[in-house]
Design a protein around this ligand. Sequence first.
Ligand SMILES: *Cc1c(COP(=O)(O)O)cnc(C)c1O
Length: 370
Amino acid sequence: MTDLVAKHIQTLRPYQPGKPIDELERELGITGSIKLASNENPLGASPKAVEAMSALVAESNIYPDGAAYRLRERIAQKFGANMPEVVIGNGSNELLTLLVRAFCLPEHNAVVSEFAFVAYRVVLTAAGIPFKSVPVKDGFHQDLQGMVDACDENTRIVFLANPNNPTGTYANYDELKSFIKSVPAHVIVVLDEAYIEYAQAHDYATALEFRALRDRLVVCRTFSKCYGLAGVRVGYAIGPAEMMDFVNRIREPFNCNLLGQAGALAALDDLDFVHASVECNETGRNALEAGLMAMSDMGVRWVPSQTNFLLVEMPCDAGPVYDAMLRQGVIVRPMAPYGLPKHLRITIGTPTEVERCVGALRAALVEVTR
Ligand SMILES: *Cc1c(COP(=O)(O)O)cnc(C)c1O
């Protein structure tokens, strides 16, 4: 079978999602589990989105608007872009795939950071595009200057998540601005802002502020996190109209479904829900950090975060800790696939979920390090 697919596909390892609650409960015969593994919104979906989607369920026989006109119109309006500069994806993950497919050829290469969102590697590898991974520096910060320096004449695309998953770290205003200015002009900079709503640092900036500084800049965002719509798969990209036109040509005609479009449109203006989500996240993060701090004598450490999760270092291999937490019905995310075998990524849940998670982690550590 080795001649069936190209080498880069033979060796591709599929993206490992967080363990679904159903699967865990089936395997262990337990109930009442919680999942803090996929950075989902613990408050649920935006109620306005739910209402808008519910009203449309019975119209599921109708194809969605392939151009996603109303959603693109609202996004353009809200973020100071023109409609031809906006493309909608079946989640922002699809947009990453489309960008690589549209613009990268096998003779090109890409630049990513070490410990960046793993989808960049999956998407690039699947397309047979080689990439350079630039090591992080002090405290898991992405080395933006190192990424600039890693670009050569064949570099076609650079992916940067800000804030980043799984580290939770961010590049500040000055760092980002200088990065966007100094990446060589022939390179497409893709700025992934999946967690932007959660970023509260006073010196955090969206790359949309710097669009005038660079032609080849594409900003990707998602409705999966703060808007609570991960299940209906909607993301958007904002970039130069000429580039977005090419992305638009290669996407599937109805890539964003009927419910997703309606839900996203309603969620965009559900500011109450966004505010409540951010507030819940701040409260939850404080509680989680307090819980982890109380385990510092056991050797637990974490990375300061601008997102809805924490990257937490165990005093031992994190695999057995993860398993011991699963047995208590708490699903977090082991980071070995990211090259961090001693780390877990914990999504910030509701106060009750955080409390349960902290208890489970403590019990797991006691069990594992006994
Ligand atoms: C969750 C996440 C996304 C969003 O993916 P969707 O396909 O929109 O659900 C994108 N980038 C990063 C860094 C993420 O963590």
